[in-house]
Design a protein around this ligand. Structure first.
Ligand SMILES: [Zn+2]
Length: 442
């Protein structure tokens, strides 16, 4: 697009004076992005850097030094004679002042290498996108066009973000690449440097986000200055606020947080367990993974314990009602050689039965069903199956063993109940007679 506003015209003019990365800067990028490789089979090998043959006998523990170019190479087993690397992106930050403007320029370069046996490697690179941030906050984009697939094509031109591109609306983060790293020669406004922004920090956080963050919170500034970039990159601001005291203990003890996500899980678990997060003993474990695994496991156990306690309370509350309804049947007991069948005699037993056999008899409140009687079948004291009998039709409604499957005793259990159904029927009829008598007496 043709530059329209005064600032766009100025950026368009100034962009022409920006320098390409020097050879040294290109080499830095390539060394950082692409490992130096040797492709080997059992009998042949070659150096991808210079294309020369390598004697496979020189390979030692997947490494070899190329006799021609002297590079120390990583050996990969491959029959390929040609190879093209993926894309890598390097950022460069520069300062440009002119005509009353004061720009922080963030530039992005894409690199890729082409390798072939017998040939020296070829490097391709181009600049894909520049963001010009004016000191008063205006942003001008000078970039190749961003395709809907997220890659850059066409010429470097002044472009507008938040615009329709190839049928898609772009957002604030379009034309705002997040490079793999920044070159150490990058230059930042003194006020940014004062707040700790430098090329190292930008490995973990996008430049635009970092500037917003340091403006928003002095805590972020502290984290950056004390080299906790990975926390700023991985944690939302509210998490940083929540665990600020623990982080301060880390600062004081110069404790390096190796993995911010694992560390957050650890803090979550310890907070749940009411551990003292002001205490370095908890907050700065020597072995992060070991501590994480331990406390996360403890938390899980505590969670299960809490559920158990609340279930137990539920049982205590509803048990009298259940006993009142079903105690009539508690003397029922049927058995054959191995199998024993008796009614569940308390709500606590429903809980136990459901947990042992992993079904929903407790959670779905079968103890509240007035017209059902629930039997538990056991073999040598082990619960094997639960049976629901209808007290109106005296039919078996369902029977389930472990995880809703039938046990191998299923048929015998059903027969035991069917053969003794008269006992159950008598109890129901007696109860009916009694309640009729009571009614007529009153
Ligand atoms: Zn070589």
């Amino acid at each position: 697009m043709k530059p329209k506003t005064k600032i766009q015209v100025e950026v368009n003019r100034l962009a022409k004076f920006l320098l390409k990365p020097t050879q040294e800067q290109q080499d830095y990028a390539i060394n950082k992005m692409f490992p130096k490789l040797c492709f080997a089979t059992k009998s042949t090998a070659f150096c991808l850097e210079c294309g020369s043959d390598i004697n496979v006998k020189d390979i030692n523990r997947n490494r070899v030094i190329c006799n021609s170019c002297g590079e120390n190479l990583k050996v990969e087993m491959s029959r390929k004679r040609k190879f093209t690397s993926g894309w890598g992106t390097m950022g460069m930050a520069e300062l440009v002042t002119s005509m009353g403007y004061d720009f922080q320029v963030i530039r992005n370069f894409e690199f890729r290498c082409y390798y072939e046996k017998g040939e020296k490697k070829r490097v391709f690179f181009w600049e894909i996108c520049q963001n010009w941030y004016e000191v008063k906050g205006k942003r001008v984009v000078n970039s190749r066009i961003l395709s809907s697939y997220g890659n850059y094509n066409g010429d470097m031109e002044i472009r507008e973000h938040n615009r329709l591109v190839y049928g898609y609306y772009t957002n604030n983060n379009s034309y705002n690449p997040f490079p793999d790293f920044f070159h150490p020669h990058s230059k930042f406004r003194p006020e940014y440097e004062k707040r700790g922004i430098n090329y190292k920090v930008l490995k973990d956080i996008r430049f635009s986000r970092l500037v917003d963050l340091v403006n928003y919170s002095p805590k972020i500034e502290t984290l950056i200055k004390l080299n906790y970039h990975n926390i700023v990159g991985a944690w939302e601001s509210n998490i940083i606020d929540r665990y600020w005291n623990a982080l301060k203990i880390c600062f004081r003890n110069k404790y390096k947080i190796k993995d911010p996500n694992i560390y957050k899980d650890l803090l979550d678990a310890m907070a749940y367990l009411d551990k003292d997060l002001h205490n370095a003993h908890y907050v700065c474990p020597k072995d992060l993974i070991k501590a994480h695994d331990f406390y996360v496991h403890e938390k899980r156990k505590a969670e299960i314990g809490k559920t158990l306690a609340s279930n137990k309370k539920k049982c205590d509350n509803v048990n009298p009602q259940y006993i009142f309804q079903k105690k009539k049947f508690f003397d029922l007991f049927f058995k054959d050689k191995e199998v024993e069948v008796r009614p569940l005699m308390s709500v606590h037993e429903f809980l136990e039965e459901g947990e042992t056999l992993k079904h929903c008899i407790f959670t779905n409140k079968y103890y509240e069903k007035k017209n059902s009687l629930l039997f538990s079948a056991t073999v040598k004291g082990q619960r094997v199956e639960t049976v629901e009998l209808c007290l109106k039709t005296f039919r078996i409604l369902q029977n389930h063993g472990l995880g809703h499957k039938k046990s191998k005793y299923s048929e015998r259990i059903i027969n035991l109940i069917k053969n003794n159904i008269k006992q159950v029927r008598d109890l129901v009829i007696i109860r009916k007679r009694k309640s009729k008598k009571q009614k007529s007496a009153s």
